[in-house]
Design a protein around this ligand. Structure first.
Ligand code: 8DG
Ligand code: MG
Length: 305
């Protein structure tokens, strides 16, 4: 870690301490100093030198001398358990961003970032950048009526083209609102199905998070709020498995998989496989329940599991 990174790290800890102590203006002084140090083009050699940086006065300059000398400031004392608690809180916050796992979250924490606003676009992937930019909108639940509107427009565009799809997830389970829109579409020979679906005017095509041949993670809107939309492309033979899996909920899927496992079968979103890899086809979702010897449950009823 360079000197500047070390100073930013300790100043970040001091900022957090001030915030915990309810001293907002003193926390702001550290935020300002951190911003100044990030822009400073050289490695800081002394507190005196750092005074040229906006936001660094006598008191912060003497802290910089102490950090250069000892690596920390006495005020922070030896590593405290509160720091671990704080670290965990920040890592969890970062991991609410799509495409951020423990490794990226830890990297951002070590770089001194503590809030989502502080993360520069240059430190993020395309997916992370878009989720950061729209996190306030993506965090808002989508009312059922709005998804119905999405569905209606998609049908208008796709039915004449013979492209079949269904909106799965919590919407299919009849929930009054949903976190995102989960579309399951059926592949059609000679057609770029995902490419065609995203031509529908409900999509913000520039804001996709990931665009593959079988999966699209994107964004769209029919009102003022941007919404997350996922598209999963399935083969006709896989469709009963995919729609069951993507209808969920997760807890129900786990039960169903555990049930299949009792017969030595493994169930996933693509099919039902025997111990030697043989495939057990299903003609419909209902048929899949039958094969497993389960009473059919409507999507709404699956929420109880
Ligand atoms: P929501 O969007 O309203 O929050 O709920 P949801 O529609 O039930 O959940 P989702 O996160 O959009 O995922 C859709 C379905 O995918 C979910 O109901 C069940 C299935 N699924 C699993 N495991 C997982 C998983 O680990 N992550 C995600 N995203 N989906 C999963 O069975
Ligand atoms: Mg969903």
């Amino acid at each position: 870690m360079s000197t500047n990174e070390q100073i930013i790290r300790v100043f970040g800890q001091l900022r957090d301490l001030r915030l915990q102590q309810g001293q907002g203006h003193r926390a702001n002084a550290y935020i300002k100093a951190i911003t100044g140090i990030r822009k400073y083009p050289k490695q800081i050699q002394s507190g005196a030198e750092a005074r040229a940086i906006p936001g660094i006065g006598e008191s912060l300059a003497s802290k910089i001398d102490e950090i250069i000398r000892t690596g920390t400031v006495t005020e922070l004392g030896p590593s405290r358990p509160q720091e671990d608690v704080e670290r965990e809180r920040v890592l969890n916050l970062f991991m609410t961003i799509s495409g951020v796992g423990p490794a990226t979250a830890a990297k951002w924490y070590e770089a001194g970032y503590r809030t989502l606003e502080e993360i520069p676009a240059s430190a993020a992937t395309r997916e992370q950048r878009i989720s950061l930019q729209y996190q306030n909108e993506f965090n808002q639940r989508i009312p059922r009526a709005e998804i119905q509107l999405f569905e209606q427009i998609l049908h208008q565009y796709l039915d004449p083209l013979g492209i079949q799809f269904e909106i799965a997830g919590s919407y299919r389970r009849g929930r009054p609102d949903s976190g995102d829109i989960d579309i399951v579409a059926i592949d059609k020979p000679g057609v770029d199905v995902i490419g065609t679906i995203i031509q529908c005017p409900v999509f913000d095509r520039d804001l996709y998070l990931a665009h593959g041949t079988k999966k699209y993670r994107g964004v769209g809107h029919v009102g003022p709020i941007h919404r997350r939309i996922d598209i999963e492309l399935t083969q006709p033979s896989e469709y009963p498995f995919a729609i069951t899996y993507l209808t969920g909920p997760d807890s129900f899927n786990k039960k169903m998989r555990a049930h299949a496992a009792q017969y030595g079968l493994s169930l996933d979103e693509k099919g039902l496989h025997g111990p030697r890899g043989e495939l057990y086809p299903a003609t419909s979702e209902r048929n899949l329940f039958e094969i497993l010897g389960l009473q059919y449950l409507t999507p709404e009823e699956r929420d109880k599991y």
